[in-house]
Design a protein around this ligand. Structure first.
Ligand code: SAM
Length: 181
């Protein structure tokens, strides 16, 4: 269900085996950098489980869904659509307009895997390039979300985590939390 003013990431396409790690990392990056939900294709159940498991341990709110009808989701989306692509307009030129749109409603952020159908380019409100150089959906999504939220996502508090990483100069420390924290 769509709630008000969400940022939802849609990972379009998934090649089982080959894309497992990349699809998982799209979900983890969406969660860590402030999106509300990620929607995977329905053949990406393994990646969805991994992201759900991380959310259960490290907190949310964040939800993961698998959809057999991503095309319908995109067609019926009630809000603006951003498609991340190396061929798009420069993120630094369009980010302000996208932030304004997000203040007024929900955003669907589409990232591809293999070739993205041209209809997506036509249907998107913005085709956005994070540089116009080829790189990865994970890198593009991370920079885009950080631009969208102006870095505020870095200070986010997590709810219902059973553990918390204590930032430190050297070493690794993880503490249990009270679950209602
Ligand atoms: N070869 C595919 C095509 O022609 O559509 C793209 C493959 S690329 C590895 C996978 C995804 O990474 C793209 O669909 C896009 O979402 C994202 N991506 C890659 N480079 C990008 C860039 N410079 N800016 C924004 N997104 C990018």
């Amino acid at each position: 269900m769509q709630k008000e003013s969400e940022v939802v990431v849609c990972r379009l396409g998934h090649r089982p085996g080959r894309d497992e790690r990349m699809t998982t990392h799209v979900g983890l990056t969406a969660r860590a950098l402030g999106a509300d939900r990620v929607i995977f294709p329905d053949n990406a159940g393994q990646s969805a489980e991994t992201v759900e498991d991380i959310t259960a341990r490290f907190g949310g709110p964040f939800s993961v869904e698998c959809s057999g009808s991503q095309n319908a989701l995109i067609r019926d989306w009630n809000g603006k659509i951003v498609h991340l692509t190396m061929y798009g307009e420069r993120v630094q030129d369009v980010e302000e307009g996208i932030r304004t749109a997000h203040r007024e409603g929900s955003l669907l952020v589409i990232v591809g895997g293999e070739k993205v159908p041209f209809e997506i380019y036509e249907h998107a409100d913005w085709n956005v390039g994070v540089t116009n150089q080829p790189h990865s959906e994970v890198a593009g999504l991370a920079v885009f979300l950080d631009r969208l939220f102006c870095g505020r996502e870095l200070d986010r508090e997590w709810e219902n985590a059973d553990r918390r990483v204590v930032p430190m100069e050297t070493g690794k420390r993880v503490e249990p939390t009270d679950c209602d924290e």
